[in-house]
Design a protein. Structure first.
Length: 381
């Protein structure tokens, strides 16, 4: 695997941080670009990328902060180009605005079906837009992907604004878009690791009325007053304040453990919108944490791989916007914890997202989470 990484900032423009390609840019199969939504909408950006990497799939998304090596940036771009030496990559994109009557779950299943092959190793999904329910995306992935195929991904962010998230597809940044990237090859090893670092507190409540990602009632009473009690005035600043008290969800029938953050409060309907489904019958508790425990969870996500003697060439790190909001200027510490585990050999890129897709451990299925740090790491042998 040969890698190139560049970063764009207002101060320095584009600067190359690593280049293993030795001029073989036409052999690059995949280019990932993460950064601020307004920067991703520049037409010149894509023209230059496609001129330089004419045979590459170009994708990525808008963020609440990008990760370049062990640094966290805002109002910047990070571009990573990958030449796989013994593997191949394909991608499918769907623009949901063009198909308003289609089920997101069904669309995702059909996208995966078109990408299936005997040597399929992993599926990486990026989704962005106000009208996309990521829980439906995950449901489609789980139903169609073979058990041997890994699945991970994330939801695009738009800083902390939640209204302009986009995914790069077909030479442009597009809203309400799902992109699935498929990786193939017997010599390609992909490993995922996802950790939270949050702790439950307070009494347990049962969700008694909801509609997909909208919660109405807890224990047969209105849900909104319960959250107002704990969030106080900060509930009026949701979603920017929602990182303070995310919730955990547990099913009565399975071992599933999910995390969710509030993204919208609808007082006219006494309802709370979450970044993912909040099913009726699930048990709910509030959660809290601090910077020390979040950094520790990032380190544990890395150790999970190292314990299995997995030392990747490339690692995609996705952390939740809520973790960044809580840690503030210390958010770089969780990225440095990952770097300390992997060392300088592993090229690291990534972003802060509205939701992370992956499995907490091998005994749990792939799920949509909030407030976690997820690593998807690649090694060619």
């Amino acid at each position: 695997m040969k890698l190139l990484q560049r970063q764009w900032t207002v101060k320095d423009g584009w600067r190359t941080l690593r280049d293993d390609l030795a001029g073989r840019y036409a052999k690059v199969q995949l280019v990932l670009i993460f950064g601020a939504s307004d920067l991703l909408k520049s037409v010149d950006l894509y023209k230059n990328v496609y001129d330089e990497f004419p045979n590459a799939i170009v994708t990525g998304c808008s963020t609440a902060g990008d990760i370049c090596g062990d640094e966290v940036g805002d109002n910047s771009l990070v571009c990573t180009a990958i030449e796989f030496e013994h593997s191949r990559v394909k991608a499918k994109h769907i623009f949901m605005d063009k198909y308003p009557g289609l089920s997101i779950e069904q669309v995702t299943r059909e996208m995966v079906d078109e990408l299936l092959a005997p040597d399929l190793v992993h599926l990486l999904v990026l989704a962005g837009g106000d009208d996309i329910n990521a829980s439906d995306v995950v449901a489609g992935l789980r139903k169609q992907a073979p058990k041997k195929v890994g699945v991970s991904g994330a939801l695009a962010a738009d800083a902390f604004r939640f209204h302009d998230a986009c995914v790069i597809a077909d030479v442009m940044a597009c809203e309400n878009t799902i992109s699935v990237i498929a990786f193939y090859g017997k010599g390609l090893k992909v490993m995922t690791s996802l950790k939270a670092g949050w702790f439950e507190f307070g009494g347990e409540k049962t969700i008694t009325k909801s509609d997909k990602n909208i919660m109405y009632q807890l224990d047969k009473g209105p849900a909104l007053p319960f959250f107002e009690l704990y969030l106080g005035d900060s509930i009026n600043k949701v979603p920017a304040s929602s990182f303070q008290y995310p919730i955990s969800l547990r099913s009565k029938h399975t071992d599933d453990w999910l995390t969710r953050s509030i993204v919208k409060v609808d007082r006219s309907k006494s309802a709370l919108h979450f970044a993912g489904d909040v099913p009726v019958g699930y048990r709910m508790r509030l959660m809290k944490t601090d910077t020390e425990h979040l950094v520790e969870s990032a380190a544990r996500a890395t150790v999970n791989m190292l314990r299995r003697s997995f030392y990747p060439d490339f690692a995609l790190i996705v952390s939740c916007f809520g973790r960044k909001g809580l840690m503030g200027k210390d958010s770089y510490k969780e990225v440095k914890a990952v770097r300390a585990g992997f060392g300088d050999h592993t090229l690291m890129t990534g972003f802060y997202a509205c939701g992370e897709i992956g499995a907490l451990d091998s005994s749990n299925p792939c799920q949509l989470h909030n407030q976690t740090l997820a690593i998807t790491a690649f090694l060619e042998i």
